[in-house]
Design a protein around this ligand. Sequence first.
Ligand code: GLA
Length: 691
Amino acid sequence: MPDISEDGRTWVLSGPASSYAVHITERDELLHLHWGPRIALADAEALAARPLPDHWPFESSLDGREEYPVEGGPRFTRPALSVRGAGRRGTEWVYEGHEAGDGGLRLRFRDGGLLITLHYRMPPATDVVERWVSLDNRGPAVEVLRADSATWTLPERDTWRLSQLHGRWGAESRLARSELTPGEKVVGSRRGHTSHQHLPWVALDTDATEERGEVYGCALGWSGSWRIAVARLPDARVQITGGAGHDDSGLLTLGPGEAYTTPVFAGLWNDGGFGGASRAWHAYQRDHVVPDAGRDRPVLFNSWEATGFDISEEQQRALAERAAALGVELFVVDDGWFGARTGDRAGLGDWTPNPDRFPGGLGPLARHVHGLGMRFGIWVEPEMVNPDSELYRAHPDWVQHQPGRKRTEFRNQLVLNLAREDVREYLWERLDRLLSSAPVDYVKWDFNRCFTDAGWPDDPYPQRLWVDHVRALYALLDRLRAAHPGVAFESCSGGGGRVDLGVLSRTDQVWTSDNTDPLDRLAIQHGFSQIHPARVMAAWVTDSPNAMLNHRSSSLRFRFVSAMAGVLGIGGDLTRWTREELAEAGDWVRLYKEIRPVVQRGDLYRLRPPEGGLSAVQYVLGDEAVVLAWLQAQRYGEPVPALRLRGLDPAATYECLETGEVHRGGVLLHHGLRVGLCGDLDAAVVRLKRK
Ligand code: GLA
């Protein structure tokens, strides 16, 4: 419940360590007051009483101070809301009232027939502020060119540094940090999905380190095109504005009586450095976003790198038997089990088992897998269709396309128009039937190309399909989850092309990257961990040399320890692993199951980043700690540095379960732990237990 001033014009929302305060002036200007350490209502009122700076002719006193800048009036910053209607541009709102309660706040405004509500919520025991906006049109039709979820305002500081996660296919979520210079830095996706190129997250700091300092972070919960603009305005003011859609050329129209709710844009202030910020984001996602996150994810096997499209029931049975012997708990048949899908040219859209490959359907294999003590999963890519498919031949108009224009193919496939009711119903009916036809426990849901010809002939406002596609995806996932509560879902998009808080609120884990090279993965995982927890980060051990990307050879030890930093999976061709390799792999799987609660539910400390020689992460849960360390290359015979651990009790003693040695907590924290690594691509797991 927010604190509210007596005049009902100043509000303070507080979490365990932070507060967020806003104020409405007598002229109905909504001003941002504070985001940072906890403050009292009296502090917010004192801030509200400070006069705005003088209004010079070429500057606006509102710019950089408003909570949700609309378009028009004395404003020159990027508008968060841009609407057209009744021959007018922009918004001139009047404040109508507020509702407060349950950690939330709603501020209501009206401009003619358009009701605009700003929503705030701090879920219990977190410092994350969730913000979103709803529009409810009670007047004539309006066109919404843009409706961002929120604008975040940072306090005045001399300089700011921006952290972002960027990449491409096979190289997602890599961390970049740079000074924020005057002007705007825009990240986003105009591809129809979250994208490999940028994760919808930014962080800003002045001089933070991994362990110390203030960090502001914002993450968007949206799986379509999106944009986050970080603006450094005059007077060193910084605002971050973000929401669905990439440009301002039209998001949707709202007819009389129609409403729109933006996705959530979540913000977090933390003063525990980058590490503290990540731990707070992880706890928030485990407690409030990811379904059923208290339950640990099983070790899975996935057939993709082992068998590609060339699959048969016989061969999957053989793989399943080997996987079960290693201790694998979930066996997933990837692409190639359905329709005429013997390569990437045909079959997408026809979600029935290929009769040559699975003459009795998926049931016999699923039951065999269950008989081996594992759960059974399958791959699907429901939003897509190959032109060479029964579905496309029957409904060529079901794909996104523009009248009289080419239909651009990527990987020989087109995107279905999920804004259409008939397409949505077809997918629901097919997938529901599929999940009812065989005992399926897990669905890997893929999305392997971007939007290109996002048109919808005959629809009066085809532009809406960008938003409606994502909503249809969410609705389909929600409906399938409700109808099949035992089924878990993995979000995949050619690897990590669809990772965001929106999809994570309805999936159980994500496929981090198609790059399974264990060394490259360390950097990808380092970036991923800035925002998302190990509990959702799938990582597989595949064959060596790495066949997908770079032919790098690495030991099973290095591959396993790299993949054990997340949700462990195996994706190699087990029929070609030697008896010794299978025995060693079985030992690693056993060890992973022991450390799994600490990895998947513990606090993560990044001890050393994956640049250069030695890198390491540590997880702490209750009395247990796990260290995973990797040595890329030892140079000049130099000894490997000791790892200064974190999150331990300095007054306690800890037993190393690997060596039986007993360590003082204070010594581990200050002088560090030596891990016996040497040479190239070496790795170690160290378990510590408080005595
Ligand atoms: C994508 C996924 C892979 C695999 C293939 C199958 O590339 O990221 O893991 O499922 O599709 O076609």
